[in-house]
Design a protein around this ligand. Structure first.
Ligand SMILES: N[C@@H](CCC(=O)NCCCC(=O)O)C(=O)O
Length: 257
């Protein structure tokens, strides 16, 4: 039986309000996609410090950064923009610590939506803060009335995304008002919307599986091909850890014991 890798997922966070406690939460599509692709999801709420981040990453084999609110551009030396609504600082601080350690370890990582933007800025790239202003000719990438708003995609054939989607028209679910501007060193663009907006990046480093999609392959409207992206990710995590010694409780351990 193929060993299922443990894959961490961050969570979104909402501070306490007048009548509700604070919540850490995650849309089920993210962790269900990991399960469907043969992994075991491990939900990771915002962490308080680097030691906790290190211990968490000792316990998982890959990491998925989910979508959510906006990264605060002031954390990257830019001015705040009126259209930017930063996510709760508890989440962003934890996400940035996690991403820094994941990069250090070259742990397989997949970022979706703001998760891709996090990979890009943490690795030295930057963002357009508001597509409507920065790229006025762009097609709509967000529809407040339609959570499954979709647009077409052009992919680089010699890439993971290209292998997954192949030829033919591709439509993906899009929910963003920010986008990658300068791509981080060591990464390349592997998919764009026909209007030029960057929709996927991947690492060019041979020792690091790092992938980002601005679109949402976990959405309710996901296609069978979208799910293949998760299978590629889980396979990459498994392959990287296939020589890891079996831990008590693993199938391999039981077989030997
Ligand atoms: N700040 C980003 C957010 C992109 C993103 O993650 N969208 C998903 C929304 C919530 C979700 O479905 O998880 C941007 O707007 O560019």
């Amino acid at each position: 039986m193929t060993r299922k890798p443990l894959i961490g997922l961050n969570a979104d966070f909402r501070a306490a309000a007048r009548s509700t406690p604070a919540f850490a939460y995650i849309a089920s599509g993210y962790y269900q996609a990991i399960i469907n692709a043969g992994g075991i999801p491990v939900l990771v709420p915002p962490q308080a410090d680097e030691e906790s981040v290190s211990r968490v990453l000792d316990a998982v084999e890959g990491f998925l950064f989910i979508g959510g609110g906006d990264l605060d551009p002031r954390n990257d030396g830019f001015m705040l923009h009126p259209s930017v609504h930063p996510m709760d600082a508890a989440r962003e601080t934890s996400d940035r610590m996690l991403m820094a350690e994941i990069a250090e370890r070259r742990m397989p990582v997949f970022g979706i939506g703001v998760g891709m933007q996090l990979i890009n800025v943490q690795q030295g790239g930057n963002l357009f803060l508001h597509i409507k202003e920065d790229l006025p000719e762009a097609v709509p990438h967000f529809d407040a009335q339609d959570v499954n708003h979709r647009h077409t995609l052009n992919v680089e054939s010699d890439s993971l995304i290209g292998r997954v989607y192949g030829d033919g028209e591709i439509r993906v679910t899009s929910r963003h008002h920010m986008a990658i501007d300068e791509v981080a060193p060591g990464f390349r663009v592997t998919a764009r919307c026909p209007d030029g907006v960057i929709e996927a990046i991947e690492s060019e480093m041979i020792d690091w599986f790092a992938l980002g999609t601005q679109f949402h392959p976990e959405s309710e409207a996901a296609s069978a091909l979208d799910i293949r992206i998760f299978e590629e990710f889980v396979d990459a995590v498994r392959d990287r850890n296939q020589d890891a010694p079996a831990k008590e409780g693993d199938e391999a351990y039981r077989l030997v014991a």
